[in-house]
Design a protein around this ligand. Structure first.
Ligand SMILES: [Zn+2]
Ligand SMILES: [Zn+2]
Length: 217
């Protein structure tokens, strides 16, 4: 089983997650977006971070990746499609009011469908372009758990007005790749509270089948 802890970090209130296998203590760090000491404090005694994954290259999801890598020794994964965002990290910091940020050295470019292990749990990478070209989600089929990054939120979706954003691609990613995972899948997004895929499939105002009009207007 995976035990998940989270901290809300940085000026954009991003969710950083630690997900640990309760049998082996191996842990995954998802989106270390800053306030690294607070994020690393989520790691309980006996846990060991073996992998750091950034769901995409926006600064609120990678700002603490270099520090977290240095502290844990774990490799950093980021999809190659967001290499441009990573290169632009100093400029992102200026634009979005972050302290100067060191870009992490990326060790691994995950591909769509790639599987990986966190202790006894097996996860799968899902490439979900739209919010950014290199956005990914992480799915744990046994746990029925999805880390959805800034692709899918509870009651909303990621913005597509930043460079490289594409609403049609986002729509296709969510309806073609995330909804088919199953209505029972619980998702942990990059911002805001957790959600359930089936609820978004029905009533998400941007990608749902029967959006509840007026709810967000
Ligand atoms: Zn983002
Ligand atoms: Zn974000």
């Amino acid at each position: 089983m995976l035990v998940v802890r989270n901290a809300v970090v940085g000026p954009f209130a991003a969710n950083a997650y630690v997900a640990a296998c309760d049998r082996t203590g191996e842990a995954l760090l998802v989106d270390p977006g800053g306030e690294t000491a607070r994020v690393l404090a989520l790691v309980e005694p006996g846990w060991r971070v073996v992998r750091i994954v950034c769901t995409h290259g926006h600064i609120d999801h990678v700002a603490g990746a270099a520090e977290a890598k240095e502290a844990t020794g774990a490799p950093v994964s980021l999809h190659a499609g967001d290499a441009g965002w990573l290169e632009a990290l100093p400029r992102q910091a200026e634009m979005f009011g972050f302290e100067p940020v060191v870009a992490p050295a990326v060790d691994h470019h995950p591909g769509d469908g790639e599987s990986f292990r966190v202790g006894a749990s097996e996860g799968r990478v899902i490439h979900t372009p739209g919010h950014s070209p290199g956005s990914i989600c992480l799915f744990f089929p046994q746990e029925r758990l999805l880390f959805s990054g800034d692709t899918l939120f509870a009651g909303s979706v990621g913005r597509t007005d930043l460079p490289g954003g594409d609403f049609d691609a986002l729509h296709a990613s969510i309806t073609g790749k995330l909804f088919p995972l199953g209505d029972d899948v619980r998702f942990l997004p990059g911002h805001g509270p957790a959600g359930v895929v089936g609820e978004e499939r029905l009533s998400n105002p941007f990608v749902g089948e029967k959006p509840r009009r007026g709810r967000f207007l």
